[in-house]
Design a binder for this molecule. Structure first.
Ligand code: DC
Length: 234
């Protein structure tokens, strides 16, 4: 099988992370969730008391922060370990405070420039499933396969609610709906690299599909030559 690059984009809770991770496993590719980098910058800003609305300081932070994404080192349900300046922040970056701060942080052009440069370096290696909002449009416009995952707002909020409950968080479904709607608005309307579907992306509405079905459909959409995959099929 020839190694290819796969870009997976879509709104919050559209299934990108779970599907991207499964896809990478099936292909034995690197799984790279770019949202983690924006979350790490948002977490570090909160941690060091930098006001989220201070674009200059947040940008300088993104330029100097050392973000490492490594294979999971603990068996606690994580897909990877995230280190910021050598501190394990894998779960901290999923806290509500980071959820609130990350959309404005990711709207800053200088932050994106710093992080996209690192993402492209990883993409250049090939054999990667890269997940985000602008992978097919900006980060890897020449990706061999671009997938755009979508789902209704209600279904996405239900998914987030379920995940939050599993982690012991107490948010209500209504709060998740409000939070996701707000993030959709910011992610889609920002000036720099807004969430958008690439013209040549394979669009998949996952509202009524389970993970296996989504993964299977993407495997079927792989370009010829990259299809020699052990997906347990046939
Ligand atoms: O996928 P996520 O929820 O972890 O993403 C966190 C935030 O980062 C979200 O507000 C969108 C933003 N993001 C982005 O702007 N570009 C990416 N490539 C990935 C995430």
């Amino acid at each position: 099988m020839s190694a290819i690059t796969i870009a997976v984009d879509g709104p919050a809770a559209s299934g990108k992370s779970t599907v991207g991770h499964r896809l990478a496993e099936a292909l034995d590719y690197l799984y790279f969730d770019t949202g983690v980098m924006y979350r790490a910058v948002a977490w570090a800003a909160l941690e060091s008391g930098i006001p989220i609305e201070d674009e200059e300081q947040v940008t300088a932070l993104a330029q100097r922060l050392d973000i490492d994404i490594e294979p999971p080192q603990e068996d606690d349900g994580r897909q990877y370990t995230v280190l910021a300046d050598d501190v394990d922040i894998t779960w901290e970056i999923r806290e509500p405070a980071v959820n609130r701060a990350v959309s404005p942080v990711s709207a800053y052009g200088g932050v994106r420039e710093a992080l996209v440069a690192q993402q492209r370096e990883i993409g250049a290696e090939g054999a990667v499933v890269m997940v985000g909002r602008d992978i097919g449009t900006v980060v890897l416009p020449d990706a061999d396969l671009k997938v755009y995952l979508d789902a209704s707002l209600e279904e996405r909020a239900r998914r987030r609610h379920r995940e939050a409950k599993q982690r012991g968080a107490t948010s209500t479904l209504e709060e998740e709906i409000v939070a996701i709607r707000r993030r959709d608005e910011i992610d889609s309307s920002r000036e720099v690299a807004p969430l958008a579907q690439a013209d040549d992306a394979f669009y998949l509405d996952t509202t009524d599909l389970d993970i296996d079905e989504v993964v299977q459909r993407i495997l079927e959409a792989l370009p010829a030559g990259a299809r020699d995959v052990d997906d347990g099929c046939c």
